[in-house]
Write a protein that binds this ligand. Structure first.
Ligand SMILES: *[C@@H]1O[C@H](CO)[C@@H](O)[C@H](O)[C@H]1NC(C)=O
Length: 513
């Protein structure tokens, strides 16, 4: 069996190369740049991140236990309320730590060898009854603090490393959780390498255990509505996690979790459809020309075949499909030059597409670590080890579990900033439309309506029943960073069930009159 897989890998690679070299070898080569270690490295450097270690696995060596004892890691580190140092603004100081409602901590993951998952929890600034919303950043292997500080968290980081309140933080309408996962990412760690995850089964089980621990500590929040959100590679995590929660609820496994919906922002969910869409999106947006489109598109059938093989056996052929399909994306990038593939309106300066280095600087400070209670644990902003460990998962189709959730009335919102290439709106729109569920026909036939925020069109919305698709204007991969007000409105209306109403919330109209 292993041999067969290896042969299929070779075969696919050869086919891809021969397709490519039919015309122009320079644009299409299954070269070094497709390799996972190179890709992981690139991802991290482009964000100007320099994690000190590749993964948070704390090795005790021969004397593991005493090392752990000495450092105090084996004690159950419980949640604590905290206050960030250096927050700008008088109001901040007038609050007690209790009033602030900022929590950070670790939960030991029940069904793991020794994994401890780190999280931030911010109580809603409006009401304890607001829904509980969990955010997951992608990568795979990037910390959710990226979104917390640069997208939708309660604070943003100023250049002098003080924190400034975010007017559009999602904590305005929700009790907001950020989790560092899979284990090894951010401040989350284990003393046992076997806790590194390789697929969505492992990821979703850990997240389920995390939630159980969270609601055990906050039983008063367990009756609130619960929503799963996130971005990018979380397009894999989110459907798997939602299905896991739903399964746990049905089996009465633990504390019932009041799952109402899940939202995927510029995600990777159905790779076969989304990789095929790359060349079409790039052509539509003028990044590549017709001749380049046609040439690069020759790889598509090979990529589709590879993904199909991955779907049925799920081992070496998944690696093969990653290598083959990456050729499509990398070929577009080599034509497009130093384009920022998270936002095609922008260029990457040198190798730098975004500069998120302040996050590492901020979280590396002694005073911050003390406030959070993370001890000596390093902050691993993005982990190349976690990234590479998930490669077999990359080309898996996570759309397949969604129809069952929709049928049970759990809402799905797929949204996408229109200028993102890597998880572009076109590929997302296509899989959402192609998804077979009882409401498919009605969804496809539904009109597109403007999504208006503060009197102007912030996006285009299509929805039917529990399913909604929103294309967000003037935004790249990170919608809440580019369109903070619109993204907060989106979350608010979606969780309140008013997303598809033609007009804005009545109270706002009244205020305007
Ligand atoms: C740091 O930057 C913030 C935001 O620009 C500003 O309000 C604050 O006064 C600055 N703090 C210091 C100590 O310079």
């Amino acid at each position: 069996m292993e041999n067969l897989n290896f042969i299929s890998l070779l075969l696919l690679s050869l086919i891809a190369i021969s397709h490519a070299s039919l015309s122009d070898n320079a644009y299409l080569s299954l070269g070094k740049s497709n390799f996972p270690s190179v890709q992981a490295e690139k991802l991290i450097r482009e964000l100007n991140l320099f994690p000190n270690s590749e993964v948070n696995v704390i090795d005790g060596g021969d004397d593991g236990v005493s090392f752990i004892d000495q450092a105090g890691y084996n004690k159950r580190i419980v949640e604590r309320k905290f206050r960030f140092p250096n927050v700008v603004g008088d109001e901040e100081e007038s609050f007690t730590v209790d009033d602030l409602g900022n929590h950070a901590g670790y939960y030991k993951i029940e069904n793991s060898h020794d994994a401890r998952m780190f999280y931030f929890f911010f109580e809603s600034r409006t009401s304890k009854k607001d829904p509980v919303v969990i955010w997951l950043t992608g990568g795979p292997g990037c910390s959710s603090e990226l979104a917390m500080f640069y997208e939708n968290g309660p604070y943003t980081i100023a250049n002098n490393l003080s924190l400034v309140r975010n007017k559009y933080g999602w904590d305005k309408v929700s009790n907001l959780l950020y989790v560092d996962q899979p284990t090894g990412t951010g401040y989350s760690y284990s003393t046992d390498r076997r806790d590194i995850r390789h697929n969505e089964e492992g990821v979703s089980n850990d997240l389920y255990d995390f939630l159980q621990a969270f609601f055990k500590e906050h039983p008063e929040l367990a009756k609130n509505d619960f929503y799963i959100t996130g971005e990018s590679y979380a397009g894999h995590y989110i459907p798997a996690f939602a299905a896991r929660v739903h399964r746990g609820n049905k089996a009465k496994e633990g504390i019932h979790i009041n799952l109402k919906g899940f939202a995927i922002g510029n995600g990777l969910t159905d790779p076969a459809i989304q990789y095929k869409a790359y060349t079409d999106y790039a052509l539509d947006m003028g990044i590549i020309k017709q001749a380049e489109h046609d040439r690069i598109s020759k790889i598509v059938p090979v990529c589709e075949m590879a993904i199909k093989l991955c779907g049925t056996d799920g081992t070496v052929s998944c690696m093969a499909s990653y290598l083959v399909c990456s050729t499509i994306f990398n070929s577009i990038i080599s034509v497009a030059g130093n384009i920022n593939y998270y936002d095609i309106r922008k260029n990457c300066e040198g190798s730098l597409c975004y500069d998120f280095s302040n996050m590492e600087k901020f979280l590396g400070q002694k005073s911050v670590k003390e406030a959070l209670g993370v001890g000596d644990i390093d902050f691993v902003s993005c982990s190349p080890t976690v990234y590479q460990a998930m490669l077999m998962d990359w080309m898996r189709n996570l759309e397949v579990g969604i129809p069952a959730l929709l049928e049970d009335g759990i809402k799905l919102l797929v949204y996408a900033g229109e200028y993102d290439l890597i998880c572009n709106w076109l590929g997302n729109s296509r899989w959402v439309h192609a998804m077979e569920w009882p409401g498919q026909k009605a969804f496809v036939a539904s009109p597109e309506v403007p999504f208006e925020v503060s009197g102007s069109e912030a996006g285009v919305l299509k929805s039917y029943g529990p399913l909604a698709f929103l294309k967000v204007h003037d935004a790249g991969h990170m919608v809440p960073m580019d369109q903070p007000e619109a993204s907060l409105e989106m979350l608010k209306r979606w969780t309140r069930g008013t997303l598809s109403e033609a007009t804005e919330e009545p109270q706002q109209l009244v205020a305007e009159i």
